[in-house]
Design a protein around this ligand. Sequence first.
Ligand code: ATP
Ligand code: MG
Length: 417
Amino acid sequence: MSYPEGSIIPRPEHPISRADIDVDVLKVLYRLHHKGHLAYLVGGGIRDLWLGKQPKDFDIATDAHPQEIRRIFRNSRIIGKRFRLVQVFFKGGKIVEVSTFRSRSEFDAEVDMLAPNNTFGSPVEDAQRRDLTINALFYNIADFSILDYVGGVKDLQDGIIRVVGPPEIRFQRDPVRMLRVLRHASRTGFQIDPTAWSAIQSYRHLIRLCSPARVRDELLKDFRSGYCRDFFQLMLASGLLAAIFPHIEETTDGAAFSGLQPRMQAVFGTIDLLTMGGLSLSEAFFWTAFLIPFLEKVTVLPFQQIEPETVAKYVDESLSPLEFARGRRDEVIMRLVTVSQLMHQLGAGRRVSARLKRRLCLPEAWLLYHILTGASQKFFEDIIAQQSVKPVLPEKPPTTKRRRGRRRTHRKKVSPI
Ligand code: ATP
Ligand code: MG
């Protein structure tokens, strides 16, 4: 059946069942409803349930104002300054968030500077302030119907990622929405609506206006999503990656830039396999994996011969737009240097030096070494089965014999990395 904008889809015509909704979320919805309020399940939770996926979180929207919500739930508190929402607490530290319908997004920064604090709105306005049509559906607990003010059901059925409203305006108001388009396209496998795609090409440079911390956090979500291969492919193809990291584009000529694709795809494909398998990896690990294909392209020396100073300089130049904390930057450099040294030593059939073995980052560097050298599927499946990375390093040099009779008389002072 086809559903135009403004449709109410009755329960028998949609796949969303209460059995798939968290019991505490249902309790909050029913309580609001019994107190005479509109109570809708909103956002990404509906999208995921419709697609038969397990939602990460459930969000609730209502016409009750924060103070009223707070009064209805004793175990709750109001958070946020400009955009207040209520957190309802349940056993085991579970939190269900309830927000009042809004007329605009908290991310529409420019408008907020001028507007008064009161941003409450109607359900229609709340749907219209959302990013994508598939993220703007409401599930009404009163009759279990779906409310679709933006044509999101049709887009779910047709497999389209479409921005709510004109993409150029929505991207100018909040450039992070461009990342969200690519995120949801990669997660769902849906096609990006052509007007959104061309607006990304036109407005991609605006991403530099967003707070570096926000962009960093957003990208980290994609590293960890299990779909980072497709996400970064879209980032590369749309030019958004180069917009965020101008140095990365500058240091690779056009041909090399497109030549990166197969390497990035292979590296990120393996990372997706590991994260889908539940392996937990550090933030520094992802940034290291991200930088390696670029480093391989730009340096004169092969990656395994690269100098620590060159690595540090490259990391500083390329990651500077995202203003990393010093500690995180050091972790990335240490991993890059360690992978390069592992490649050098293991690649030459040598034993891994004691200095390398002592490094805290060795397990992740060892994993990266295997990703880069294209280890077998079985190797990664074993890591997933163990849910940890334990380096197995050759104790004796497999090929060369150590010459006897040589004594070391002088120890060269080594740099810490
Ligand atoms: P995920 O599965 O990653 O949680 P999600 O769609 O639920 O996906 P959230 O970041 O949890 O993403 O956001 C919840 C909802 O808030 C979205 O579904 C969308 O409706 C709205 N939203 C989030 N970010 C924006 C934004 N930048 N502009 C407009 N609406 C947004
Ligand atoms: Mg969510």
